[in-house]
Design a protein. Structure first.
Length: 462
């Protein structure tokens, strides 16, 4: 949509709202694209509840499920009780659960009471699955048939029950026990002879998720297979529901956002930045800052340990920021690359040796490049008389150069191995954020720097 179209839509919205004619408002809103109505809600927060109220209930549910959590909470809070109940009952079960699991327990309890008995039963069943499991994502609304059905019977089943299904792109085949036997694409059914039986179309090469699987696994399975929906079964292969690609994409976006926030050294935010209160924002950030502060205290302690060396050769202090930042930067780079590769399924814990070998080589080569630049820095400043390092300038240059080489190599190894170690310990690899790795490398960088300096300058400047 162009900017002029947006302006035109906003102007028309203001005109129909000003008319206060309910029928005109309903007709206008029901004739807009779902995404355009969502934009109107974002741009006219004072009217968000009114917009939802004037939409047909089916379109209201379609708009509601694509809104941000903050807007969803406001709308449910401000709608009349009967209208909020109608809206929640209309939402697909998986979208309803995704909304409810973000609310306080007391609020969830009250809202569940407003659901119809059947919808309440389904919602409670889905909420009973572990948090972040596939069971929380699935919907029980799907079309299933039996292997003895003919294509004509399958088409009739789709016509009867497809309206309430989230998708009819895939039809599921079960037996009398409810066990999943296969899944058939709608294309295969349409192109088959009318008298053909389902058993003739089956090849047994179906893909299914387990209800207790982690949602990240669902993301990986969808990524590796060209599917718009996947079956969800229990441990006995009983078909429980399906997960559709739109839900998985939504989860993947949330996971990506959380990981980006953790990379920056903060806890994941449950709502948009501007909707988080200042006290809650401080709470999310202060924990990591305290941990990092204690880490930097160790850096200060390391420098105090080498206080005598610093007093004997004050020139060494000039290069401390250069040394530690080089290690922190290489470590941050490595951790970011490894965490991203793990998130994309490009490597696993079993690849640790391949990762270490690659980082040993790349870290060494990067260290040689940066170390050479460090040596040239001292050399040029000495030769151009920008700074006088004394008669032992070449030893100082060697100290700086080798220290940079060592700390860059060490930073690369720490940054690459720490995410894999956390994954092995069943912890979130994103917790090995760039600030955390940088702080860890800072401490060891000081020790390495002065150890190298002691080797080169013992008996001369130290």
């Amino acid at each position: 949509m162009t900017e002029s179209d947006e302006i035109s839509l906003q102007q028309r919205f203001e005109e129909v709202i000003a008319s206060e004619n309910k029928l005109v408002i309903q007709e206008f809103l029901n004739n807009q694209n779902i995404s355009d109505v969502a934009e109107l809600i974002y741009d006219n927060e004072a009217y968000e509840t009114q917009i939802i109220s004037h939409l047909s209930i089916h379109r209201a549910a379609s708009v509601f499920k694509i809104l941000d959590l903050a807007e969803q909470k406001t709308i449910i809070k401000d709608l009349p009780p009967f209208k909020s109940a109608e809206l929640l009952n209309e939402l697909p079960a998986d979208d309803r659960v995704a909304f409810l699991e973000e609310l306080p327990t007391g609020t969830v309890r009250e809202l569940i009471k407003t659901l119809d008995p059947e919808e309440r039963k389904i919602t409670l069943e889905l909420l009973g699955y572990p948090e972040n499991s596939v069971g929380r994502l699935m919907t029980p609304e799907y079309v299933y048939v039996y292997e003895y059905n003919t294509v004509v019977e399958v088409v009739e089943t789709i016509r009867r029950f497809g309206t309430n299904s989230e998708t009819v792109d895939v039809i599921y085949v079960i037996n009398y026990k409810g066990e999943l036997l296969d899944d058939l694409r709608i294309r295969d059914i349409i192109l088959a002879p009318p008298e053909a039986k389902v058993s003739e179309l089956m090849d047994g090469r179906f893909i299914a998720l387990k209800a207790n699987d982690d949602q990240e696994k669902a993301n990986e399975v969808f990524k590796m297979n060209n599917r718009v929906a996947l079956a969800v079964t229990d441990d006995k292969n009983i078909l429980l529901g399906i997960v559709t690609i739109d839900d998985v994409l939504w989860i993947a976006t949330e996971e990506f956002t959380e990981d980006i926030q953790k990379f920056g050294g903060t806890e994941a935010l449950e709502a948009p930045y501007l909707d988080i209160s200042i006290p809650k924002l401080i709470k999310k950030r202060v924990g990591w800052l305290i941990i990092l502060l204690f880490g930097e205290m160790l850096t200060a302690s390391a420098m105090q340990y080498f206080q005598v060396e610093l007093e004997s050769a004050t020139v060494l202090a000039l290069f401390i920021p250069l040394i530690v930042s080089s290690g922190g930067n290489s470590g941050s780079q490595a951790s970011t690359l490894i965490i991203q590769a793990m998130a994309l399924g490009e490597l696993s814990i079993n690849d640790w040796w391949r990762v270490m070998r690659r980082e040993l080589i790349s870290g060494l080569l990067l260290g040689l490049i940066l170390g050479s630049i460090g040596f040239m820095r001292v050399y040029l400043w000495q030769q151009l008389h920008i700074y006088n390092y004394g008669e032992y300038w070449h030893l100082i240059a060697s100290t700086v150069s080798i220290s940079i080489m060592g700390i860059v190599l060490w930073g690369s190894l720490v940054g690459s191995m720490l995410p894999l170690l956390l994954k092995k310990l069943k912890l979130d690899p994103a917790a090995s954020s760039a600030p955390f790795v940088a702080t860890l490398v800072d401490v060891t960088g000081i020790v390495l720097y002065f150890s190298v300096a002691y080797f080169f300058l013992k008996g001369i400047l130290l």
